[in-house]
Design a protein around this ligand. Structure first.
Ligand SMILES: NC(=O)c1ccc[n+]([C@@H]2O[C@H](COP(=O)([O-])OP(=O)(O)OC[C@H]3O[C@@H](n4cnc5c(N)ncnc54)[C@H](OP(=O)(O)O)[C@@H]3O)[C@@H](O)[C@H]2O)c1
Length: 254
């Protein structure tokens, strides 16, 4: 039976990804902290699709959490064919005034948990000569991001790491795709303390999830979800980073 493991699956983009994978016949392992929310997602999905859903409640900022997730899957005898590293948080504001704990947790979630889960599940995929990894980055990876410096930089890490890994694992029939959503209305903005008054969300979490799934299936390297994102990805190649930073600083002014 095919299992997809999705981190940050209790709400937002992760929940929508879970629904898309389930609608395509994948059984699921869902990871997040909030047991009640995870259970609600499990019930919703099992009611709608003929798949089985396991919930693993973990705080992925914790040092051994990724290892615990891997061991739980082994104990349940589940083979993970598809790893979706979706979990991620942001933090709005000047770095000098930021909470160190929040910055640390951001790196643990956005970078370390993604690296470690990949490191743990990849050898099994190599042994099976098949597997899929979908890493959720952001269009934020394209520029330096004043007022969200660590977040933007963490997503640059995700995209660069994923592109490198993609080449390494090609001979093993493993696909690695990076999903780069633009701004999407979820709890992300509130938890990142973003106070932009008027944000135009051009796309929904559901649409992002579908684009990500389709891109993974087509073995795309990077998935941008709309035309604006694609244009931005071209623009940043011709504009100096200093100009991009100024634009982001202006957009991120409070
Ligand atoms: N929303 C956007 O505008 C946007 C744009 C581009 C990229 N992205 C990326 O998309 C991904 C998903 O974001 P989202 O917008 O869906 O965010 P969200 O709605 O805030 O959801 C975050 C998910 O991560 C889980 N989570 C948070 N902290 C955790 C922890 N310490 N351990 C385990 N799970 C944790 C949350 O569940 P619990 O609270 O239950 O743990 C929740 O399921 C992130 O990587 C984000 O960077 C978002």
């Amino acid at each position: 039976m095919s299992y997809a493991l999705i981190t940050g699956a209790s709400q937002g983009i992760g929940k929508e990804l879970a629904k898309v994978f389930a609608s395509n016949g994948y059984n699921l392992v869902l990871v997040a902290r909030n047991e009640e929310n995870l259970h609600k997602v499990k019930v919703e999905i099992e009611d709608a699709y003929a798949v089985s859903v396991c919930c693993v409640c973990k705080d992925l900022t914790m040092k051994d959490a990724a290892m615990d997730v891997y061991n739980d899957c082994k104990q349940m005898n589940l083979t993970i064919d598809c790893l979706v590293n979706n979990v991620g948080i942001g933090d709005f504001g000047e770095y000098a005034c930021s909470s160190w704990d929040r910055q640390y947790d951001m790196v643990q979630l956005n970078i370390v948990s993604l690296m470690q889960l990949t490191h743990l599940f990849l050898p099994d995929m190599i042994q099976n000569n098949s597997g899929k990894i979908l890493n959720v980055s952001s269009t934020a990876w394209l520029c330096s991001g004043p007022k969200m410096s660590v977040y933007y930089a963490s997503k640059a890490f995700v995209t660069r790491f994923s592109s490198a890994l993609r080449e390494e694992v090609k001979p093993h029939n493993i696909h690695v795709t990076t999903l780069c959503p633009p701004s999407v209305k979820t709890q992300f903005q509130q938890s990142a303390n973003m106070k932009r008054k008027k944000e135009n969300y051009a796309i929904t979490a559901k649409e992002v999830a579908l684009k990500g799934y389709q891109g993974l299936l087509k073995n795309k390297a990077i998935v941008y979800c709309n035309m604006q994102s694609k244009v931005l990805s071209i623009l940043v190649k011709v504009l100096p980073d200093s100009v991009c930073s100024k634009v982001i600083m202006y957009i991120n002014k409070e």
